[in-house]
Design a protein around this ligand. Structure first.
Ligand code: VGL
Ligand code: ZN
Length: 210
């Protein structure tokens, strides 16, 4: 290879404009939100299979993959509203053992004593000591986000709405989320609310088909 070819290659990379990227955000697929857990979501574990397919697809297409986790201190005031769940470093706070999260960036949220922290946008990288999710997505040139996980009527909804408010084009993976449904219809109402906020509803199959 000649010197001038080398030089032009360097200039190309110097001036390279980053293409906008997509991100998959997998919300709170943790043992306590799955059957047998402290705050079990009905059929919560059914999100694992479609989300694993999405993770594989995302990795093959150079997307950013994020998994959020509810990461509460044991004395959280959040436990005045909810049974204690997802306490830092306990088995209930671990990701579901079948979730393929190992290549993903982990976002820890709800670490304050007085914090509900439903949205993944309330969380941070590096065990909660690093950058916010929004900074992380910006650093990775993300403009479009796909959200799934647990639970539709709390953390998924809060995350998707924060995402669209922050200007990301936002899609909800309707087959890859499940609701707490404390009141009958909460999940359905959450989906309608997300839709009216401008969030696009899609199935995993639609994404995989391209
Ligand atoms: C969640 C209730 C309490 C969730 C977290 O992940 O949706 N729900 N804490
Ligand atoms: Zn919680």
């Amino acid at each position: 290879m000649t010197f001038s070819n080398d030089r032009s290659r360097i200039e190309e990379s110097d001036h390279q404009v980053q293409q906008p990227r997509k991100a998959l955000i997998v919300v709170d697929v943790q043992n306590d939100f799955c059957p047998g857990g402290a705050l079990a979501v009905g059929k919560g574990d059914e999100v694992v299979a479609p989300l694993n397919k999405m993770i594989t697809y995302a990795e093959e297409h150079d997307w950013v993959v994020v998994v959020s986790r509810d990461w509460h201190p044991s004395n959280s005031k959040h436990f005045q509203k909810w049974p204690p769940h997802c306490i830092q470093n306990t088995p209930g706070a671990r990701f579901h053992h079948q979730l393929d999260y190992h290549g993903a960036e982990v976002i820890s949220k709800a670490m304050g004593d007085n914090e509900d922290g439903y949205s993944a946008f309330d969380g941070f990288t590096r065990d909660g000591q690093g950058m916010s999710l929004e900074e992380f997505l910006s650093e990775n040139d993300v403009s479009e986000v796909y959200v799934g996980g647990l639970a539709t009527d709390y953390c998924v909804k809060a995350t998707a709405i924060d995402s669209v408010y922050r200007g990301f084009r936002t899609h909800l993976l309707i087959d890859a989320c499940r609701a707490v449904d404390a009141k009958d219809g909460d999940g359905e109402r959450a989906i309608n609310e997300m839709k009216s906020e401008g969030i696009d509803l899609m199935t995993t199959e639609e994404v995989l088909r391209g």
